[in-house]
Write a protein that binds this ligand. Structure first.
Ligand SMILES: NC(=O)c1ccc[n+]([C@@H]2O[C@H](COP(=O)([O-])OP(=O)(O)OC[C@H]3O[C@@H](n4cnc5c(N)ncnc54)[C@H](OP(=O)(O)O)[C@@H]3O)[C@@H](O)[C@H]2O)c1
Length: 253
């Protein structure tokens, strides 16, 4: 099967490292032009955009601030001319034990919801308006988490809640805008070896993470990217609204 994404502009948030970088790389290999979004890692993002080719470019935005999400979308459209596919991948997982002082707990909750749910929702709204205006059969792929279904440990209540919100957002978009040609998919990874997973790894150890899965090795970012590329191609459009589990058999919802 041959996947050709040339001529498509794809905004990948959080593409400077981890899962987003692997996704951006696979999509560019298939010919897409990537808007490589980053927060702080300007060098990684600019180097990646150059390596990816296809006139890919790096774009900065702090997605804890929802106003930045609006500006990001508008800047990408201005510079690339259009966006055909949005991939909401950037996310944070900040720990907030229940014993934390209320103000501190609230801060983690608010930052997490802003970053993992509000900004992705704003980017979805902008993308839907853009797809309708351009009469494009656009696609949205949101990176949620297995935590949305099976819950998380006590420190990550905000994280799991934000990811569950993203699942409902995605299926609602699929239901509401399918007749306008818009498709929306949800990816629910399990533990993936990235910077985000380091905190868990140092707390519980690699063997604990391995004990949770059915396969012989932990999931790497490169194990997530091919399915995203397939969804981006349009060959799975009739799966719109669905969540795809990629968790090495650790949890089937
Ligand atoms: N790793 C896992 O085990 C796992 C499991 C399930 C789901 N996920 C989900 O998969 C997605 C990618 O995770 P990952 O493990 O690849 O994460 P990661 O390695 O920690 O990378 C995070 C990415 O998000 C960007 N980012 C961080 N703070 C930001 C902010 N304030 N504003 C805008 N962007 C910001 C980072 O940009 P800079 O590099 O510029 O800072 C980076 O590109 C997330 O949504 C995560 O929740 C991950």
């Amino acid at each position: 099967m041959y996947i050709n994404l040339s001529g498509l502009n794809i905004l990948v948030t959080g593409a400077s490292r981890g899962i987003g970088k692997a996704i951006a790389t696979k999509l560019a290999e298939a010919g897409a032009t990537i808007a490589v979004h980053y927060h702080k890692n300007i060098n990684e993002a600019e180097n990646l955009a150059q390596i990816l080719g296809n006139e890919s470019k790096a774009f900065q935005a702090d997605l804890v601030d929802p106003a930045d999400a609006v500006k990001l979308f508008e800047r990408v459209v201005l510079e690339l001319g259009s966006i055909e596919i949005l991939i909401n991948n950037a996310g944070i997982a900040e720990a907030a034990p229940i014993e934390l002082a209320q103000d501190d707990w609230d801060q983690v909750w608010n930052r997490t919801i802003a970053m993992n749910l509000t900004s992705p929702a704003i980017l979805c709204k902008k993308a839907i308006e853009h797809f309708i205006q351009k009469k494009t059969s656009g696609r949205i792929i949101n990176i949620s988490s297995r935590a949305a279904y099976r819950g998380e440990t006590a420190e990550y209540l905000a994280y799991a809640s934000s990811k569950a919100g993203l699942v409902a957002l995605t299926s609602s978009i699929a239901k509401s805008f399918g007749k306008k040609g818009i498709k929306a998919f949800n990816i629910a990874p399990g533990f993936v070896r990235t910077d985000m997973a380091k905190a868990f790894m140092s707390q519980y150890g690699e063997e604990h993470a391995k004990g949770d899965i059915a396969l012989e090795r932990l999931t790497e970012p490169k194990d997530i990217a091919p399915l995203i590329t397939f969804l981006a191609s349009g060959m799975a459009d009739h799966a719109t609204g669905t969540t795809f589990d990629i968790n090495a058999g650790s949890y089937i919802h």
